[in-house]
Design a protein around this ligand. Sequence first.
Ligand SMILES: Nc1nc2c(ncn2[C@@H]2O[C@H](COP(=O)(O)OP(=O)(O)OP(=O)(O)O)[C@@H](O)[C@H]2O)c(=O)[nH]1
Ligand SMILES: [Zn+2]
Length: 207
Amino acid sequence: MSAMAISADLEPVAPLRIVAGRERIDLPAAERAVADLLRALGRDPDSVHLADTPRRVAHAYEEMLTPREFSLTTFPNDEGYDELVLAKDIPVQSLCEHHMLPFQGVAHVGYLPGDRILGLSKLARVVELFARDFQVQERLTKQVADWLQDHLAPKGVGVVIEAEHQCMSLRGVRAIGSRTVTSSLHGILRDKPSSRQEFFALTGLTP
Ligand SMILES: Nc1nc2c(ncn2[C@@H]2O[C@H](COP(=O)(O)OP(=O)(O)OP(=O)(O)O)[C@@H](O)[C@H]2O)c(=O)[nH]1
Ligand SMILES: [Zn+2]
């Protein structure tokens, strides 16, 4: 739905176009590096079974490290809506920067509106913007919260991420099924105990 479709009375606001500022990925160099890695692991990248693997892996990493562009569409908060807006169970797929293995789970992203409300899908798009990177979960959580605070100027922001790290399940400690929970709060959701409590209760976590 476009910004104008909400109400004919709303002033048209040009949505901000968000383009991820990633370093350019050098695909041929990545392919050569994957072939070298296969050789270092005692495999033959020229064998019939592995011949296309360096290309596939390089493209897979390019895809996993490149968030989609989007428009930050907002609308005037004409009704003065002043309760929590919370998008729950947003899928999170990211790569741990220590082992380059996936961590996956869900994000719960909420805010208390100020003068403007945000197109709901944008809460999930902001998660993807920062998740498609080599990350640690704490930084990812804080980046989403900080970005919403900076771009939307709401009265409060709350972000919770619950994720399983494959570097903790496939290898190493092999703590299969263990989930890590992180949170980042701003404004009223951080400072007012009852709002904080309501946010965590709605995300399914206790304060
Ligand atoms: N804080 C934090 N740590 C993470 C995250 N993802 C992975 N790690 C941890 O990064 C740490 C790296 O520790 P190292 O001791 O250098 O690596 P390692 O020898 O492979 O460690 P083990 O996983 O314990 O075998 C591990 O404890 C991982 O569990 C994350 O998102 N946040
Ligand atoms: Zn890891």
